[in-house]
Design a protein around this ligand. Structure first.
Ligand code: SF4
Length: 281
């Protein structure tokens, strides 16, 4: 059985960087916590805990010497709360997210009403809103064009959650255009998610079955599963290699593998190994 991994699968640059920083902190031996689970992958969180990097769910729970800020970033208030506890900060905020935070703040400094396009309760979006609100209270968050307030008036500055779909942004911009509003756009979309989805879609149409690896509660993994299962009905969503079932792949000559953003490379490699070595007819 031939096993093919999608050309883009698994952890993105920002997640890999955060994992690298956490591993390095573990090796240093300094008592370290991440502020919230580092990624949405229980196996990785448990593995880090076993190496001495635990989880603090809020600044008030920080008890070690170092705190790791996740790739989503934090609000200025949370950063200040951590600093006041006198611990060292290891900042794993993804550089793309940092750029979006800076853009939100700068648009507010220019006197524009800041429109954050993104999911309201997502930590990254909470951060973008807060960075803009550190300058001005003229900030709105819209998860789609229907949420743009009726009384919105220019000048506006639009900033986007890094993982938003481009079609969503274009829809928001066309509504602003239709209303004749004056705006500048800071296009802060990161292409990691769409590239991963396109690669999965392409692969699914060339194989007999697909395996999608990632947390059962991970929304980006669920989206990958939806994309692949629409093309290949024999698509299986697993979190760990031991969820693979030999009978699911009976008669398969080619199997594709893809993985969500929080899946580290070693889990992908183990799935590929099991499929190609243990399940090979
Ligand atoms: S999806 Fe993009 S912005 Fe988000 S952590 Fe990954 S590389 Fe950074």
């Amino acid at each position: 059985m031939e096993v093919i991994t999608a050309s883009c699968a698994g952890a993105c640059y920002g997640v890999k960087r955060a994992l690298r920083l956490a591993e390095r902190a573990a090796e240093s031996g300094r008592p370290t916590q991440t502020l919230g689970p580092l990624i949405h992958n229980p196996q990785v969180v448990d593995r880090l805990a076993a190496k001495g990097v635990g989880v603090a769910n809020a600044p008030a729970e920080v008890s070690g010497e170092c705190v790791i800020i996740r790739s989503h970033g934090v609000t200025p208030q949370v950063r200040q709360d951590i600093e006041e506890r006198g611990v060292s900060i290891i900042d794993a905020t993804c550089p793309h997210v940092l750029r979006a935070q800076r853009a939100a703040k700068e648009l507010a400094e220019e006197g524009r009403t800041v429109v954050v396009v993104g999911e309201k309760s997502h930590p990254e979006v909470e951060g973008l809103r807060a960075w803009a609100e550190s300058v001005s209270d003229r900030v709105v968050v819209a998860s789609d064009a229907s949420e743009l307030p009726a009384d919105l008036h220019g000048p506006l500055g639009v900033v986007v959650q890094t993982t938003q779909r481009r079609a969503m942004l274009e829809d928001v911009l066309s509504k602003l255009d239709a209303r004749g509003l004056d705006y500048v756009l800071e296009d802060t979309i990161c292409n990691a998610t769409s590239t991963r989805q396109s690669a999965a879609e392409e692969l699914a149409s060339t194989v007999d079955a697909m395996v999608v690896i990632g947390g059962h509660n991970s929304s980006n993994t669920t989206r990958l599963y939806e994309i692949c299962s629409a093309i290949s009905p024999r698509t299986f969503h697993i979190e760990t290699p031991d969820e693979l079932k030999r009978e699911d792949f009976a008669g398969c000559k080619r199997v594709g593998v893809t993985a969500g953003a929080s899946t580290p490379d070693d889990i992908i490699q183990e799935v590929v190994r099991v499929l190609s070595e243990e399940f090979d007819a």
